[in-house]
Ligand binder design. Structure first.
Ligand code: PLP
Length: 354
């Protein structure tokens, strides 16, 4: 039985993408060669890379606006330091909205002055800080659009004249935004795009080249841009699979179409959390994430019964992160609405049993 996969990441991918990707591992395009044994300089792979990069800009509405899409390595965690290496000359402002944001701050502090313009650490990050100011003389402002662990999501972004850098690891391609308000966007592939092993970076080229430090080649965005995202051997399988997911998304009608589905799934999920007295949400309502719903049981004695029922229904990956506890239902783009309905049925069945 195919499970209902609510994992926070690595997470669910569309079934048709998995099938095509697995075929390519055995024999790419009837070439008699596996995708993972061909040269990354071959026409086959260069075409894949170029198609994937173009699809990213097309889906985000950033074509012809001075942006470049790169598929790098080292996960979003490497971006925590790469952003600072490439953009931090004197001072930067960070929004501390969760553990990943805090990690980004820690890395940037190695290079220069970093200020927290706002923080929600006081309430174990159950809300998005608001009402903060961003000094115009900072080099950039960094935020996290979706806090995967805590289940909060920025519904709006501050207006600022300095470059805005955003970690979109867990909600990229899930909702319509004016993506041109960002100078740099990054995201690990393993939630809404493909397998772990590649990290998407979308950067406006004119924000680069303004720092005085020397940047090691592998850490330098400009080097990767100049080499067409092929400075060294790229992770071909994660990039190919990401390309398939982007094609799948385009075929569904793009971000605007998937956003409607994501809103429906989240609304079914949160209605149950709010109406069922056995559950309570973790994040404050106005900041609830469309991607990761975090919730707890109001009666701990029901834990074993609930978890047995989840298992019997074929539901996997709903345990909350250790820093929050409880449960977390991650509903990324590829999650069918039917799976959310199965989870909600189990929750309401628990209520009728209790
Ligand atoms: N940022 C966010 C918002 C995340 O959810 C994660 C991983 O879950 C990361 C960064 C770290 O990503 P990686 O494991 O690719 O370094």
């Amino acid at each position: 039985m195919k499970k209902h996969n609510f994992s926070a990441g690595p997470s669910i991918l569309p079934q048709e993408v998995l099938l095509k990707a697995s075929e390519a591992v055995v024999d790419y395009n009837n070439s008699g060669l596996s995708l993972i044994e061909i040269s990354h300089r071959s026409k086959d792979f260069v075409d894949i890379m170029e198609n994937a990069r173009a699809l990213v800009l097309e889906l985000l509405g950033l074509e012809g606006k001075g942006y470049k899409a790169l598929f790098l390595q080292g996960g979003a965690s490497t971006q925590f330091l790469m952003v600072a290496l490439n953009l931090l000359e004197k001072r930067a402002g960070y929004l501390n909205s969760g553990s990943w944001a805090a990690k980004a701050i820690k890395e940037a502090k190695i290079f220069d002055d970093v200020y927290e313009v706002g923080s929600s650490k006081d309430a174990n990050y159950n809300y998005i800080p608001k009402g903060y100011e961003i000094p115009e003389d900072y080099d950039y402002f960094h935020c996290t659009s979706n806090n995967t662990i805590f289940g909060t999501q920025m519904k709006s972004f501050p207006k600022t004249n300095i470059p805005m850098v955003c970690d979109m690891s867990s909600d990229i391609f899930s909702r319509t935004l004016d993506f041109s308000q960002f100078g740099l966007i990054y995201a690990g592939a393993q939630k809404n795009m493909g397998p772990a092993g590649t990290t998407l970076v979308v950067v406006k080229e004119d924000i680069l080249g303004k720092v005085s430090r020397k940047i090691p080649s592998m850490m330098d965005y400009q080097v990767h841009i100049d080499k067409g995202s092929m400075f060294n051997t790229p992770p071909v399988f994660p990039i190919y699979t990401s390309m398939l997911t982007l094609e799948w998304l385009k075929g569904k009608g793009g971000i605007a179409a998937i956003e409607k589905e994501n809103e429906k799934k989240a609304s079914i999920m949160y209605s149950e959390i709010d109406l069922n007295p056995l559950f309570e949400g973790f994040a404050v309502k106005e900041d609830r994430s469309l991607m990761n719903a975090t919730f707890n049981l109001t009666n701990d004695n029901l834990k074993d019964t609930f978890e047995t029922m989840l298992k019997e229904a074929g539901i996997s990956g709903v345990n909350g992160h250790r820093s929050v506890g409880g449960y977390r239902a991650s509903m990324y783009n590829a999650m069918p609405i039917e799976s959310v309905k199965v989870l909600v049925e189990v929750m309401s069945e628990l209520e009728s049993k209790a």
